[in-house]
Design a protein around this ligand. Structure first.
Ligand code: ATP
Ligand code: MG
Length: 404
């Protein structure tokens, strides 16, 4: 197969490949960028593989950075945008089910393609548009199949993360997993326990953010992979209930985790914290999920009060509504925007008074009581019970302090 017109994203990278070839080596675009080109999907990053060793790449180009030289990766900066090139390599060992014991640089493209996970990810593209397809990846792209390169059992033993990658590509691309590959996942699912949670998390998030999350989830459940994910060992039933939902349009990780928590009945703050810490998510994501969950519950119960809008804040409200869409509990986006816009204040800083003013002008001592007072005033302003005017708020504060 020859691709006559490469997507424009490749244009600035072509001189890099040409230069490597002119020096007597081979160089190809490889991996996801080739797959996505053929699928006419958006391409986000370009990977280049070459027969030249890292030292040889560094002698061909003037400006390079050793970004992962022990794996053969060098970043070339000569042509403006940085391009990462990785020397063809084979991997061997894999005694821990996740990493090769040793990496060997080789001169042959075919050995490099052989170590790749799925046939659709093992395509190489020459700078002139020629596609190298050693494992019928093109046929699998047509059949929309995810198929391991070689023996699935062996490949999942080498690196158990590939099983999660299979289910995430099923969702991301809306492809089917080839039967022997699926059987291989079923048989080796327990090996997932050997993989770092952070790496599993990335694939799981991509699964729920893909084109067809139901397809990916179905395989994630049927193969038993979920049993080896944090906090999900016994969640088969709750996860299965997700398969009947058909309005998937999650947009970010916070929405993903809010959905998962809600689905697993993990809704109170300590439980959410514990669950997400097991998944090793970032603290700001945990905070965001803790805002989203009560908002989704409020949408469900039709209790969207000004106070809830205020406490949740716009970003978490938008996230919550996106999650609520999945369950059919959402509010019209425009209506939500309007109701939010109507809030007299959007955050505490917009309140017409502050602690300093309460001390000076209302003779209130700093401390927990003052904090409470400010909260009550904020609540009253948000609800429209008091205008956001300093004099009125100070008067009210004086009175409240008098009454204790
Ligand atoms: P995405 O569009 O999500 O980036 P991708 O196919 O580019 O998809 P990457 O994780 O960026 O996925 O990996 C780039 C390439 O490296 C893959 O296409 C595949 O050829 C190879 N690869 C990545 N991870 C593995 C793995 N665990 N085992 C074997 N090959 C892998
Ligand atoms: Mg990629």
């Amino acid at each position: 197969m020859i691709i006559k017109q490469l997507p424009t994203i490749f244009e600035p990278a072509r001189p890099v490949l040409q230069k490597i070839e002119a020096a007597g080596y081979e160089a190809y675009f490889v991996g996801g960028c080739v797959r996505d080109t053929i699928l006419h999907d958006p391409i986000h990053d370009i990977d280049i593989a070459t027969s030249a060793y890292p030292s040889e790449i560094k002698s061909i180009f003037k400006r390079t950075v050793d970004t992962g030289i022990e794996h053969g990766t060098v970043m070339i900066l000569d042509h403006g945008t940085g391009y990462e090139t990785t020397t063809f390599r084979t991997e061997s060992g894999y005694q821990d089910y996740r990493r090769p014991d040793s990496v060997t640089f080789v001169r042959s493209l075919s050995e490099d393609l052989q170590r790749r996970d799925f046939t659709i990810n093992a395509l190489a593209l020459k700078e002139n548009g020629e596609v190298v397809d050693l494992f019928d990846g093109l046929g699998d792209l047509k059949r929309r199949l995810i198929r391991a390169v070689g023996d699935p059992n062996e490949r999942f033993h080498e690196d158990a993360l590939r099983m999660m990658r299979a289910v995430r590509f099923a969702s991301k691309l809306d492809f089917t997993i080839d039967q022997p590959t699926l059987t291989g996942i079923k048989e080796n699912a327990p090996l997932l326990a050997k993989i770092a949670v952070e790496r599993i998390r990335v694939e799981f998030e991509k699964l729920l953010l893909g084109q067809n999350p139901v397809a990916g989830l179905k395989d994630f459940i049927a193969t038993g992979l979920y049993r080896y994910c944090p906090g999900m060992a016994t969640a088969g039933q709750q996860l299965t209930a997700l398969l009947v939902l058909n309005q998937w349009q999650l947009e970010n990780e916070a929405q993903v985790w809010a959905t998962v928590c809600l689905q697993l009945g993990i809704t109170d703050r300590p439980a959410v914290n514990k669950f997400l810490k097991q998944w090793k998510t970032a603290n700001d994501l945990i905070a965001q999920v803790n805002k989203i969950i009560p908002a989704v519950q409020a949408f469900h119960q039709g209790q969207v009060t000004p106070n809830l809008l205020f406490k949740t804040g716009w970003q978490a409200l938008a996230d919550a509504n996106q999650v609520a869409k999945l369950y059919g509990w959402a509010i019209q986006d425009e209506q939500l925007q309007e109701e939010y816009a109507k809030l007299p204040i959007k955050n505490g800083k917009e309140l017409a008074i502050n602690g300093g003013m309460l001390i000076k002008q209302a003779n209130i001592k700093p401390g927990p009581l003052m904090g409470k007072l400010i909260n009550q005033l904020t609540f009253a302003v948000v609800n429209g019970d008091l205008p956001n005017e300093a004099e009125v708020l100070l008067d009210t504060a004086r009175q409240m302090a008098k009454e204790g």
